[in-house]
Design a protein around this ligand. Structure first.
Ligand SMILES: CSC[C@H]1O[C@H](OP(=O)(O)O)[C@H](O)[C@@H]1O
Length: 366
């Protein structure tokens, strides 16, 4: 995506074909720092510490992780037990985003079937590049399909500005290009449709205030950062026309795991008859689960992410303690919105209702 006139992606492979370069998203929006990843351990670190985050980007990073497993294998023939052990270690980096396992499970067979060490390296690199391009293409298509919803709202408002609300960051920083929830916003901007975006700050790590606000600002899209608890009030006062979020894992029955707080937004949207859409590539559907609330693993992260907050005083990035130093904290990173609260899904193949039947209409091969 264009940032200050420069094409940027959150991840790319250096020309040396040995170094994976990523934007360290922990430091945005105040610093743009690129981190070099050359080993599987560094890839796992980047995923666990949220240097990179967002389901499609986690998948893309994991794809390059398998490539580095092959590149750095002590035995260039990449023995099966080594490949299995290392790829399982990678899959365990974070539990909720299904793209992680999807990407690893797509990469490993490509390595297995290649014969010589050179062929294994080439097959892994080709498969990783394919995954990255697939995610970029999927997100563009999500935008092209989703913009119709925004255009419809614009027409209903006789050309007035469409007010959207989003939670967390499901932007290009969470993917490769365009993002998922933001893809229809970027395409609307390209098509000259006036939008404004309410951006939930998204505690505790403020992906909205830090990342979505940075993305939209760089794209020249009007937006307002709000507290996580302001959305219901805005909806009650007719200031939200549609909610669009991303997801980390969605069951084929339509239950949506997404950043903590999404469920509460969906409840408020339903109570105010406001459309609540979830944008996702098919790589984020979990085709094996039917009951999201009971079956989707919810990551619990370090309570210090709740107790401390990071910001800039115009100079250095600092972490400051908020509650009393001896107050315990709980840090559930995701929640699950049941399908009954989801108006529909925006996918790379089009828009569908949040039912198994309508999802399968778009993905009959599943
Ligand atoms: C397009 S996936 C974005 C998704 O990922 C975020 O979680 P995290 O920042 O912890 O990786 C959040 O749930 C976003 O909606």
């Amino acid at each position: 995506m264009l940032v200050d006139g420069k094409e940027m992606r959150p991840i790319w492979l250096d020309g040396d074909h040995r170094t994976v370069k990523v934007i360290d998203q922990r430091l945005l929006p105040h610093d743009v720092v690129i981190m070099d990843l050359r080993t599987l351990d560094e890839i796992i670190y980047a995923i666990q510490e949220m240097v990179v985050r967002g389901a499609p980007l986690i998948g893309a990073t994991a794809a390059y992780g398998v490539y580095l497993i092959v590149l750095n294998a002590p035995d260039p023939s990449v023995p099966e037990d080594y490949l299995t052990a290392e790829s399982e270690r990678l899959k365990a980096a974070r539990p909720t985003a299904v793209n992680l396992a999807w990407a690893v499970d797509r990469m490993v067979p490509a390595v297995r079937t290649a014969k010589t060490p050179g062929e294994k390296r080439s097959a892994a690199l080709a498969a990783a590049d394919e995954i990255i391009q697939l995610e970029a293409d999927n997100c563009r298509r999500i935008g092209e399909h989703g913009v119709a919803l925004i255009r419809e709202l614009r027409d209903r408002k006789n050309g007035g500005t469409v007010n959207l609300l989003t939670h967390c960051n499901a932007g290009w920083l969470a993917c490769v290009e365009y993002g998922t929830a933001t893809a229809p916003m970027y395409v609307a901007r390209e098509q000259g449709i006036d939008i404004h975006v309410w951006v939930d700050e998204t505690r505790p790590l403020n992906q909205g205030a830090r990342l979505t606000a940075w993305e939209l600002g760089k794209a020249g899209i009007p937006h307002t950062v709000i507290t996580d608890n302001a959305g219901g009030h805005l909806m009650q006062h007719g200031l939200v026309d549609m909610v669009i979020t991303g997801t980390d894992r969605t069951t084929y029955t339509g239950d949506v795991a997404n950043k903590i707080g999404t469920y509460l937004k969906a409840l408020a949207a339903r109570d105010n008859d406001i459309p609540f859409y979830v944008a996702l590539p098919s790589t984020t559907f979990d085709w094996t689960l039917t009951d999201g609330i009971r079956e989707i693993p919810i990551e619990e992260r370090d309570p210090d992410e709740v107790r401390y907050i990071q910001g800039s005083d115009g100079g250095e990035l600092r972490n400051v303690l908020v509650p009393p130093k001896d107050s315990p904290a709980a840090n559930y990173a995701f929640d699950v919105t049941p399908a009954r609260l989801v108006t529909g899904f925006i996918t790379e193949r089009g828009i569908c209702r949040a039912t198994a039947g309508d999802i399968r209409r778009l993905f009959p091969e599943r």
